[in-house]
Write a protein that binds this ligand. Structure first.
Ligand SMILES: Cc1cc2nc3c(=O)[nH]c(=O)nc-3n(C[C@H](O)[C@H](O)[C@H](O)COP(=O)(O)O)c2cc1C
Length: 396
């Protein structure tokens, strides 16, 4: 599929993998994007695909260039879902020269034992592929240390690696202006929050580095090619990497027998009564944490409820909060509540977590013994009102 100026999409779709990284569900599948610059004089391949798809990948490459050789393989990112076919590409195209930075080649040798022809590039280095002038920029930790982007100065195409990527296979078309992009926006936030979420600062640096480039098209390694929606995509990555949340509250709770959930319902009702429209409720044992993390990245308010389990937090809440902490999230406003039957621990532990997370605490925590009594109900409403007032204070 030609994108423009002899640049072709040769990526593949994976609709069978259950969990990306063996962790994150893929309800819409995922694409592994690779691009081919098939200029009259020279051919360059940019990133490869998961090795399980090599046959279909090779067919796609050959449908564009037939028996021509490939001169260069540019490796923007070494994660195996993109680097997995490097060894086989090298077997089929033995004269191909690998292009990457110093850190790339440490991984090329370590993963694939390849030590042959290479072109080691540094920040701002240049490679000419026919009429395409390619320039390389290093964007370490977006989201591995070797990550770089390749900018085609001739066509204004940014080959961005995982940056600006999102879950979701491509169903026929691949350029945003030709397809219905509805599903990809949430899938982009979920991809970012699950995979890249910890690396807000490196993403900010990468955005600054790319901000001066005259980008007309973004070709990332997952999801659609962005042409029409570049400002929206960049804005979304900017906001997510600054951990900026919209007005709204995620209420997430861990319960075994439903009593803690009753408190959650009371809080949600009062938030709504106070004029908060975006209220998302998650039972942490039911919704995969991948989706909960995505919502926590979206909204500014977070209220966590947890029952006491063997003098600790309920395991699913503990596990979720560990994931939030691992992403070093900032700028969240948090309230919390908990329950117990004979000896309480959950509320105290949640309090300790707010310190670890460095979130702004709002309202008084509600601690409920066994079932929701009238005073717990009033305390829950007060917590919800405190959250609503705090969010409304940020309205312009
Ligand atoms: C495995 C297990 C461990 C528990 N550990 C504690 C505990 O350490 N302290 C306590 O006060 N209650 C403990 N409880 C009792 C819970 O507080 C009680 O089941 C309560 O109903 C849980 O709230 P829920 O209705 O929201 O699930 C435990 C219950 C279970 C099933």
């Amino acid at each position: 599929m030609e994108l423009k100026g002899k640049v072709h999409y040769v990526g593949v779709n994976d609709r069978t993998k259950a969990l990306f990284e063996n962790l994150w569900p893929l309800p819409y599948g995922v694409s592994y994007n690779s691009y081919l610059i098939a200029d009259d004089e020279m051919v360059a391949l940019i990133d490869t695909v998961d090795v399980a798809f090599f046959e279909v990948y090779l067919k796609k490459i050959r449908s564009v260039i037939g028996d021509r050789k490939i001169d260069y393989l540019i490796i923007n990112h070494m994660e195996p879902d993109h680097s997995g076919s490097i060894s086989l590409i090298k077997q089929y195209y033995p004269d191909i020269v690998l292009v990457g930075n110093k850190k790339t080649f440490d991984m090329v040798e370590g993963y694939y034992g390849l030590t042959g022809d290479r072109y080691v590039v540094g920040e701002g280095d240049f490679l000419k592929i026919g009429h395409h002038n390619l320039r390389f920029y290093l964007i370490p930790m977006v989201h591995w240390p070797e990550t770089m982007v390749t900018f085609d100065e001739t066509e204004g195409i940014l080959f961005s690696g995982d940056a600006f990527g999102c879950f979701g296979a491509l169903n026929g078309g691949c350029i945003d202006k030709n397809i219905n992009t509805d599903i990809y926006w949430n899938e982009m936030r979920r991809y970012y929050s699950n995979i890249v979420g910890k690396f807000g600062n490196p993403v900010q640096k990468a955005l600054q580095k790319c901000s001066g480039l005259p980008i007309k098209m973004i070709c990332s390694t997952h999801g659609p090619v962005w042409e029409e929606n570049i400002p929206q995509v960049v804005d979304m990555y900017d906001k997510m990497s600054r951990y900026e949340g919209e007005e709204g509250v995620v209420i997430v709770y861990g319960t075994m027998y439903g009593n803690t959930e009753e408190l959650a319902e009371a809080i949600a009702e009062e938030l709504s009564a106070q004029g908060i429209k975006n209220i998302i409720m998650h039972n942490a044992s039911y919704t995969h944490h991948s989706f909960i993390l995505s919502d926590i990245f979206k909204y500014k308010g977070l209220i966590v409820g947890c029952t006491t389990y063997n003098m600790n937090l309920y395991p699913e809440i503990q596990s979720l909060l560990d994931k939030v902490a691992a992403r070093e999230m900032k700028n969240r406003i948090m309230g919390y509540f908990g329950s117990f039957t004979w000896a309480s621990a959950a509320v105290k532990k949640l309090g300790e977590y707010t310190e670890k997370l460095k979130f702004e605490v709002v309202g008084n925590p509600v601690e409920m013994k066994q079932t929701m009594k009238a005073d717990n109900y009033l305390q829950a409403k007060a917590l919800a009102k405190a959250m609503a007032d705090r969010l409304k204070a940020d309205r312009k």
